[in-house]
Design a protein around this ligand. Structure first.
Ligand code: ATP
Ligand code: FE2
Length: 325
């Protein structure tokens, strides 16, 4: 069976074509702006402009035609309204034109589900990106959120810090490089609040300390990462303890960070649970994860009427009944 997936919740438009166990194509294009930040209308225009060329590229790469596709999946939310609507409209148009079934996919769930293509069975997921930070796992037929950010996503926190210290966008890889040269830990506000996370206090204090001129930026970058990542690992460990699951996966754009990988891996090793990170193109926002989740949903009997394809800007992770797992 072959699924085509379209991702477009934020600044990346992605188109993926997959089978049950293989990625045939996974192409994307990201709207980048010098300053970062959120641009709903620009993202929508970007997606509308690139849909056709990207679709052609994906089909070419996968060596399939639209007729070979069994189901069309799209990112239904959560995300930026205008961007979501472009993607949903495109998915509907393709479904009608080629007479194919259509399924709407929850973006956060798809980030975790794609790990199952690699043999992961039932993990706790740490999903960390620019806009999202969530610890999620299946419990009682739904993905429950065991902890999430109460304010900004960890990626946005890192990007904003990087911008404030003059590094430009995206800040993640630059902060990671700087942090590597850090020598001294500088105390910063720890980000765990109950089971949830909060990065705005950490960000404000790190910027304040930078402006004071009394600290090396390498030490600040290092301390920022250590503090934020320790909080992420703590909440993930608590979700593992609560659920008793034997696998943990790291997904989302921030999964690129080697320090975070190492910290999570160490925790997993100490607890005796398996640790997995997908290849980076399946970690960041991408169409293959949408296609794969849509394929699993469809195989379990899920198929949407056109009325059911309305976008959900605030699509909650625990709204979806996971009938396919
Ligand atoms: P979402 O819509 O899911 O929030 P996104 O639009 O933020 O996703 P992604 O590609 O998933 O897009 O993630 C991008 C984020 O990942 C950026 O904030 C970027 O700084 C961060 N990032 C990339 N590489 C690294 C790294 N090495 N260390 C830390 N953060 C990183
Ligand atoms: Fe994402």
């Amino acid at each position: 069976m072959i699924a085509l997936g379209i991702e477009g919740t934020a600044h990346t438009l992605g188109i993926g074509i997959v089978t049950e166990d293989r990625v045939l194509a996974n192409v994307f294009d990201t709207l980048t702006t010098e300053k970062g930040g959120i641009h709903p209308k620009e993202a929508a225009e970007h997606h509308a402009r690139l849909l056709k060329p990207l679709l052609r590229k994906a089909l070419e790469k996968a060596s399939v035609s639209m007729d070979d596709v069994d189901v069309i999946a799209f990112s239904q939310g959560p995300g930026l309204g205008p961007a979501l609507r472009v993607v949903a409209t495109a998915a509907r148009a393709l479904a009608i034109r080629y007479n194919k079934p259509i399924v709407g996919v929850n973006h956060c769930i798809a980030h975790v589900e794609i790990t199952k293509m690699f043999g992961v069975k039932d993990p706790v997921g740490l999903y960390v990106s620019g806009g999202n930070t969530q610890v999620l796992a299946l419990e009682g037929g739904r993905y429950r959120v065991f902890g999430e950010t109460l304010d900004i996503g960890i990626g946005n926190a890192i990007d904003t810090f990087a911008r404030e210290i003059g590094l430009g966008f995206p800040g993640g890889p630059k902060i990671e490089r700087l942090a590597h040269k850090g020598e001294r830990y500088i105390e910063l506000p720890y980000a765990v609040k109950g089971m949830d996370l909060s990065f705005s206090g950490l960000l404000t204090e790190a910027v304040r300390k930078y402006r004071s001129g009394r600290y090396r930026i390498e030490d600040l970058a290092y301390s920022f990462q250590e503090t934020a990542f320790a909080a992420l690992v703590e909440v993930t460990e608590r979700a593992l303890a609560h659920t008793g699951k034997g696998e943990v996966v790291l997904v989302g754009g921030v999964a690129a960070n080697n320090r975070l990988r190492k910290m999570l891996k160490t925790m997993a090793g100490d607890r005796g649970v398996d640790f997995f990170v997908p290849p980076y193109d399946l970690c960041r926002d991408n169409g293959a994860m949408i296609a794969y989740t849509g394929l699993r949903m469809f195989k379990a009997g899920v198929s949407f009427s056109l009325e059911e394809t309305a976008v959900k800007q605030k699509f909650r992770t625990d709204e979806v009944e996971v009938v396919w797992a």
